[in-house]
Design a protein around this ligand. Structure first.
Ligand code: C2E
Ligand code: CA
Ligand code: CA
Ligand code: CA
Length: 275
């Protein structure tokens, strides 16, 4: 038993070492990834349920490491936040996304995710203004997706930044709504243009009682506050039917499209209609 225990310990120790080494390797490689052309953006459409039209496409970062292959943003964004590299690659994403959007129909907006770390950078508002000006994109076509952690931590300063961004004419979206349901106060502190219901809740539709309750509550809240709600992670026709029935305005998910390169986006509405 003792030998077993030690074997198990060694196994975990080795797994830990490997995880630490991988993280260190990613940390180092991430510094040069942008210059080496290893980063790319893909775009995933959001569809309006009243018209079946694409309203917006969300930019999602992709990293192909020369040896390790594709690395998920869920893994490398936290590393980029820790090292501060998120400032540079975040600005690159803003510029690249705004430029891509100028090749789309004018009715389609582009959404860019912003890290809380970018909010602590005094250059953020200027970077957004520059990205718009360089691309020649109307500010009203840019949506910035933030998570509630931006308002929970350090809120007065972050609130001021949100107001400055809004003053540029861009739209501010509250992402992953419902994952930090403990505090709703931030909804009173800033007039968001949209809320995105986290896919964890959509995943339980149409059968799970708790998911139904939360989805309906969030949609009701959105209606009362006059904030449109988009549902993310819609994968099945039954989830779509449920969301439609509850009055959801906008949907996004593999049912409609996976994230794809800008040139592969399809803005036609016919194919959504029979989804
Ligand atoms: P997020 O902003 O909540 O993005 C939604 C994630 O769900 C994306 O994962 C997307 O590919 C995935 N997804 C979309 N539809 C479906 C579906 O129907 N089913 C399932 N199972 N998943 C779906 P991705 O691209 O791996 O990104 C993960 C997270 O990484 C994002 O979550 C966001 O927090 C972060 N991220 C990605 N790109 C950027 C970026 O440019 N800047 C920052 N700051 N964060 C980013
Ligand atoms: Ca997002
Ligand atoms: Ca989200
Ligand atoms: Ca999410």
């Amino acid at each position: 038993a003792k030998a077993d225990g030690r074997g198990t310990f060694r196994f975990f120790e080795r797994a830990m070492d490997e995880a630490v080494q991988r993280r260190q390797a990613l940390k180092t490689a991430l510094r040069a990834a942008l210059e080496r052309g290893e980063l790319a953006l893909q775009f995933q459409p959001l569809v309006a349920l009243d018209s079946d039209a694409v309203t917006c496409c969300e930019a999602l970062m992709r990293w192909r490491h020369p040896e390790l292959g594709p690395v998920s943003p869920a893994e490398f964004i936290p590393i980029a936040e820790e090292t501060g590299a998120i400032i540079r690659i975040g600005e690159w994403a803003l510029r690249t996304a705004c430029r891509a959007a100028t090749t789309w129909p004018a009715s389609v907006r582009v959404a860019v995710n912003l890290s809380p770390v970018q909010f602590r950078n005094p250059g953020l508002v200027q970077a957004v203004r520059r990205a718009l000006a360089e691309a020649g994109l109307a500010p009203g076509r840019l949506e910035l997706e933030i998570t509630e952690s931006v308002l929970l931590r350090d809120d007065e300063a972050n609130l001021a930044v949100l107001r400055e961004l809004r003053a540029l004419g861009v739209r501010i979206v509250l992402d992953d709504f419902g994952t930090g349901f403990s505090s709703l106060g931030y909804l009173l502190r800033f007039p968001f243009d949209k809320m995105k219901l986290d896919r964890a809740f959509v995943a339980g539709l149409p059968d799970r009682e708790q998911s139904i309750a939360i989805v309906r509550a969030v949609l009701g809240l959105g209606r009362s506050l006059g904030i449109p709600v988009a549902a993310e992670g819609v994968e099945t026709g039954r989830q779509l039917d449920a969301l439609r029935g509850y009055g959801c305005e906008e949907v996004q998910g593999y049912l409609f499209s996976r994230p794809v390169p800008s040139a592969a986006l399809d803005f036609g509405r016919a194919k959504w209609a029979d989804a």
